[in-house]
Design a protein around this ligand. Sequence first.
Ligand code: GLA
Length: 403
Amino acid sequence: MSHLDSAVKGFRSRYGADPDGVWQAPGRVNLIGEHTDYNDGFVLPLALPQATRVAAVRRDDGLLRLHSAQAAQVTEVEVARLGPGAVGGWAVYPAAVVWALGRAGHRVGGADLYVDSDVPVGAGLSSSAALECAVGLAYDDLYGLGLDRPGLALLAQRAENDFAGVPCGVMDQMASSCCTEGAALFLDTRDLSARQVPLDLAARGLVLLVVDTQVKHELADGAYAQRRAGCERAARLLGLAALRDLPYAELEAALEQLPAGELRSLTRHVVTEDARVERVVALLDGADGPESPGGPDGPGGPGGAAAGLRAVGPILTEGHASLRDDFAVSCAETDLVVAAANAAGALGARMTGGGFGGSVVVLAEEGAADGIADAVADAFAAEGWKSPRSFAAVPSAGARRLL
Ligand code: GLA
């Protein structure tokens, strides 16, 4: 059964009627640009084929009803009574979006929602942003709000910040709402200007593996807020609106002005990471030419477009070292995936998402992918850890209406 059919069927079985429509928003994986979004910096995520679907009917009695294919919890709440803390569990995210719409001045009422998702939860692949964006898009249509995509993303981010209490940046929601098939989203998080950067790895014989360690360490939430506060403090001490305003060429001099220790390392990560995003985008732009008909010396040969894409690998590994040593958000499991993948012949690898567990992205030759996944599984077995799950990331479409 298709995803659409199962969403419709699920809705019918819970509510005994057909939905007015079905809306979908994807999870994302970030290629590079980590912990830069709340510093007004650059990010380069892509949408995954794994997505969250919301089948919905508008209700005019002000009641919001929430069912999920993945959870037994059913929630019923008056939209007028929504507020932070009013609901718990998975219902926080859809309720947050409806609340944030009202707070933004939109005249919205109730709905019957049925949610079905194949985005792994707790894997750093933005299952919450997918849920928020799918619900936001459904409400946009059900209530004729006329939101544009950045508007949808900002609304979802506000919902997560102010209702769910997670101080996240805007990357995940922008990726889920604005990505397009076959491309990564080069996003300037300061003004939300964005460009779709074509990413056709298969045409170059490459694959981007996502390795989900299936661990999420407890300190993740507090540590995220603490890193964010540290970055904001460093920017203030340097007299900048955000760390994004510190040019790479002035980094060393600026570090001297900060107290030795954490603030220096946080700043070094953010500024070098912004530069890495720009380097990767330049390589992807260069790789977007025709494959060379002229053999190894043509643009598709080792010195040309394909080589450009392969050169992304070491930048990913450099980014991981920065997240591990300077930003201190990696953990033993993600470090081991990166080390084992690189030792088994990957072109490069890095943790992706907020950190303290979650997933790693690995860039590899297509033919090497299985061997790398096996090597990672062996390394985990040697530690006595549960085997991670891996899949190939295919750049997919952002949020859209299915029915
Ligand atoms: C989480 C947040 C994002 C971003 C990343 C780190 O995914 O939701 O806003 O800050 O961490 O890059």
